[in-house]
Design a protein around this ligand. Structure first.
Ligand code: HEM
Length: 125
């Protein structure tokens, strides 16, 4: 399997993930009923699965243990934080303010992961 093809799939899935998350976050704030559409409940999970699967395939292709690389550990921890904040923002947050705060936090975390991906360093700035 071609590494650069998988990397392109991973990068495309990353862009799709944040586009869909931003869309759902905006809908959650202004038009929550739209979140019940069937495709909205299915497509983001498919894209997230592709994002993670392509990450794992790349690690196999270059025989990299993510636990020994600071920047990959940072991505994994950032991803965990992004998932928790994203769940609070779209589902679990009890008030609008909590959801809004979690939404902004999740977006910030996503851009941190994105910057880490390009810098290949846990402190990309
Ligand atoms: C929200 C989660 C993630 C986002 C937004 C993301 C984003 C990206 C992007 C944009 C690239 C391309 C960077 C470039 O073109 O130089 C990339 C590369 C990569 N990512 Fe991710 N990623 C995420 C999660 C992960 C996870 C969890 C892992 C595995 C622990 C991972 C492993 C990799 C690897 C191995 C590369 C290739 C690096 C290279 O060859 O330069 N990613 N990621």
């Amino acid at each position: 399997m071609d590494y650069f093809l998988v990397k392109n799939i991973h990068s495309t899935a990353a862009l799709l993930t944040i586009t869909l998350f931003t869309l759902r976050g905006v809908w959650m704030l202004g038009w929550p009923h739209l979140l019940n559409k069937r495709w909205v409940r299915v497509v983001p999970h498919v894209v997230d699965t592709i994002l993670l699967a392509s990450a794992i395939i790349m690690l196999f292709l270059i025989s990299l243990n993510p636990l020994t690389q600071g920047w990959l550990l940072a991505k994994i921890m950032g991803l965990a934080a992004y998932i928790v904040l994203g769940t609070v923002a779209l589902k679990r947050g009890r008030t609008r303010l909590i959801r809004l705060g979690a939404f902004i936090g999740a977006l910030t975390m996503f851009f941190y992961i994105y910057a880490v991906a390009f810098a290949r360093h846990p402190w990309p700035l």
